[in-house]
Design a protein around this ligand. Structure first.
Ligand code: NAP
Length: 168
């Protein structure tokens, strides 16, 4: 199996709006129940959807999967102020409990590994899967073609800038 032909993107909380005026966290408030982390992961879904469209028919496949939660260096490092506003009062309680109740990382790892290795999913592309490995509908924000256009063009702009720096 050639894993280089597969791209699996791991998303965060599945679903949510994409604010085109706030793609790089220009503004602080996104809403009471939605954090910049969740926003970024939803934007990443739009990018992946477009990526799948662009490489369709080339043999490269792109899937997005939601792993569920696990206690990892990333979320252990997450500060209370990174949580959506409504969850901030309980965040100090969640943070010490998460390493106890979410210590088993085999569960969240399972869905991503399956996406990359299950022969039954060979050739499946432009699809979004839940933690249980079942297909889920894309969030409506991702299905909006104007959103995908804007997200992809921003990716191109930022990549060009980064590659420009690297070539000097
Ligand atoms: N943990 C959760 O509850 C949860 C829930 C939903 C979604 N996710 C998503 O799952 C993914 C993995 O998160 P995690 O919780 O497993 O975090 P993690 O334990 O902190 O792992 C992050 C991984 O990314 C690598 N990495 C970071 N920056 C990189 C860079 N610039 N280039 C190459 N590799 C880089 C790190 O490599 P090194 O170890 O070498 O630094 C590490 O292996 C993320 O996309 C996250 O949003 C996690």
């Amino acid at each position: 199996m050639d894993l280089s032909e597969k791209t699996v993107l791991i998303t965060g909380i599945p679903a949510g709006p994409i604010d085109l005026a706030n793609l790089q966290a220009e503004r602080r408030l996104l809403g009471w129940t939605f954090s910049h982390y969740n926003h970024t992961k939803t934007i990443q879904m739009a990018m992946s959807h477009r990526f799948a469209e662009l490489v369709g028919g080339t043999g490269v496949t792109v899937k997005v999967v939601y792993p569920g939660h696990g206690s990892t260096p990333m979320n252990r490092a997450m500060r209370v102020r990174s949580f959506p506003y409504v969850y901030r009062p309980i965040a100090p309680l969640v943070k010490p409990l998460a390493p106890i109740f979410m210590a088993d990382l085999t569960k969240p790892a399972r869905s991503g590994i399956r996406m990359a290795t299950d022969p039954a999913l060979e050739g499946v592309t432009g699809a979004y899967f839940g933690q249980d490995g079942r297909r889920r509908p894309w969030p409506s924000s991702v299905l909006d073609v104007r959103v995908r256009d804007r997200v992809w063009s921003l990716c191109e702009e930022l990549s060009a800038r980064t590659l420009g720096h690297l070539s000097h």
